[in-house]
Ligand binder design. Structure first.
Ligand SMILES: O=C(CO)[C@@H](O)[C@H](O)COP(=O)(O)O
Ligand SMILES: [Co+2]
Length: 215
């Protein structure tokens, strides 16, 4: 299993310190929540934030694009140093093209589905994507409650992956803690994003250990 702390819940006044803390504590990736105030009702980081973080850490940057018109932003985030660009299926008219564009920029491409979006919407891109992010909350804010019904969605996606011998990673994001992680882990998720649980509910190292040890 891989743990991707979300810097949305870090202390923005001490961001480099918090990133170094989770890297030293064994984080596998760093999750960066980009919100444009249009696709979701919140505003966070742009490419310049990714560029600022890049020299601070050797962790892969897992950039979650909660933006309208993601194709327009892919080149800037790739240039800024993103390792993975995660594109919402709901945000583009041509998901296949957006995935191809991201990969042509030399980064890994992932697709994201909101809780209300069916897996059938992403079926045609599954053979070419590097990652699928199943949202386990409605996107826009940290600290929301996990939606238990999403575990079944992860299980169905993992079954499709196995049936077709596809190789994308399955990531879950939203409301992940040492209790809620169990159902999505059992369902086949590989990467677990956690924001508030890692940064605001205890020492990050101890919190990440709890996630790893959860049954
Ligand atoms: O994409 C999002 C929210 O839209 C997430 O990445 C959150 O940042 C996760 O925060 P927690 O639910 O773990 O507090
Ligand atoms: Co996210």
């Amino acid at each position: 299993m891989k743990i991707a702390p979300s810097i949305l819940s870090a202390d923005f006044a001490h961001l480099a310190r918090d990133i170094e803390t989770v890297q030293a504590a064994g984080a596998d990736l760093l999750h960066v929540d980009v919100m444009d105030g249009h696709f979701v009702p919140n505003l966070t980081f742009g490419p310049s934030m990714v560029a600022a973080i890049r020299p601070v850490t050797s962790l892969p940057l897992d950039v979650h694009l909660m933006v309208s018109d993601p194709e327009a932003w892919l080149p800037a985030f790739a240039k800024a140093g993103a390792d993975k660009l995660l594109i919402h299926a709901e945000a583009t008219q041509n998901l296949y093209h957006a995935v191809q564009l991201a990969q042509s920029l030399g980064v890994q491409a992932g697709v994201v589905v909101n809780p209300g979006t069916s897996l059938t919407v992403i079926e045609e891109v599954l053979p070419i994507v590097d990652q699928v992010l199943v949202m386990t909350v409605n996107p826009g804010f940290g600290g929301q409650a996990f939606l238990p019904a999403m575990a079944d969605k992860v299980a169905r996606l993992a079954a499709m992956r196995q049936a077709h011998d596809w190789h994308f990673a399955i990531e879950v994001d939203g409301g992940i803690n040492d209790q809620t992680i169990s159902s999505v882990k059992a369902a086949g998720a590989d990467i677990f994003v956690a924001g508030s649980f890692v940064f605001t509910q205890g020492e990050p190292e101890a919190q990440m250990t709890k996630l790893r040890q959860a049954k």
